[in-house]
Design a binder for this molecule. Structure first.
Ligand code: NAP
Length: 272
């Protein structure tokens, strides 16, 4: 029996258990996916305990993504981003990965969106970091716009330092969207705006047909930003695709097998 799981606090509403268990069922694997809520102040103890218990793999969510970095051997991408969301215990020390980055890339790829050209990332929190670092690997330019301007500028500086010679990376306030979005080919919302209320962080009049729009918000699946983007003729990618493909990437890291993407997607969407 293989045991995989999730550490976070809280984890009660996580969609990862049904998504991963659908994969085990589809492939006839003897495996379970379990959620844990360890002490938020001791990520290292949780990783050590999971290793001692023979857990095969862990996903990591808020508030542990940064602290787990120090308790594992992170790959280059996770180290650059400064956050781990997937731990593989098949080696000692366990390896740490950031499959949120893979989730962004594969969600775009699945929709035929080439992450090149000029990108705008709205938000500079945990999701914004993973998205900005990921897009800076392949885009010509990445502009981070955030409500708190200093966080956008600091993230842009981190990306420039982490990926020297890569994209041109800039940061600014939400007022910079008016200049940047009309010129952009890719827009990602990595704020929580749109989750609680039917609001959008990007004025509808800035959206256009040459734009692909990924909204990291997955609940609701159809946000106001995506409705506005569709009305403007833009390509839209909802946040459930990003969530799906970070799970797919974690499954593939842990098992070395191709994930049954359709079964995982069906399970995820039936729980949303
Ligand atoms: P976080 O670290 O708390 O960051 C929140 C971000 O939202 C910050 O940039 C914050 O700006 C901004 N924000 C919050 N309220 C705002 C408002 N009223 N107006 C403008 N900006 C506002 O959260 P996170 O972990 O990055 O998550 C952000 C969103 O991404 C959530 O909806 C989460 O569910 C989603 N997410 C999705 C996936 C996926 O796989 N689809 C993965 C990770 C996260 P300030 O810096 O100014 O506070």
């Amino acid at each position: 029996m293989h045991v995989f799981g999730l550490i976070g606090n809280p984890v009660g509403h996580s969609l990862s258990p049904p998504m991963h268990e659908a994969a085990y069922e589809e492939l006839g694997m003897e495996a379970r996916y379990v959620t844990f809520e360890p002490d938020p102040d001791d990520a290292a103890a949780a990783v050590k305990g999971a290793a001692a218990l023979g857990v095969d793999g862990l996903n990591v969510t808020i508030p542990f993504k940064r602290d787990v970095l120090a308790a594992v051997d992170p790959d280059d991408r996770a180290a650059r981003i400064g956050a781990v969301n997937t731990v593989d215990f098949s080696t000692s020390p366990p390896r740490g990965y950031n499959t949120d980055a893979a989730g962004v890339r594969r969600a775009l790829e699945h929709h035929g969106v080439d992450p090149s050209g000029d990108a705008v990332v709205v938000g500079a929190g945990g999701a914004g970091r993973a998205v900005a670092f990921t897009l800076a690997e392949s885009c010509d330019a990445v502009h981070v716009a955030n409500r708190t301007v200093e966080r956008a500028e600091s993230l842009a500086a981190d990306v420039r330092d982490g990926l020297p010679g890569g994209a041109t990376v800039t940061g600014g306030g939400l007022d910079t969207l008016a200049d940047r979005v009309p010129e952009a080919t890719l827009l990602v919302n990595a704020t929580s705006v749109g989750m609680e209320e039917d609001e959008t962080p990007v004025p509808a009049e800035l959206l256009h047909t040459d734009l692909a729009v990924l909204d990291a918000v997955y609940s609701p699946v159809e946000t106001r930003l995506l409705r506005d983007a569709a009305a403007a003729g833009a390509t839209t990618v909802d946040g459930a695709w990003m969530l799906l493909f970070q799970g797919v990437a974690a499954f593939e890291r842990w098992t070395g097998r191709d994930a049954p993407v359709e079964a995982m997607n069906d399970a995820l969407r039936s729980h949303l």
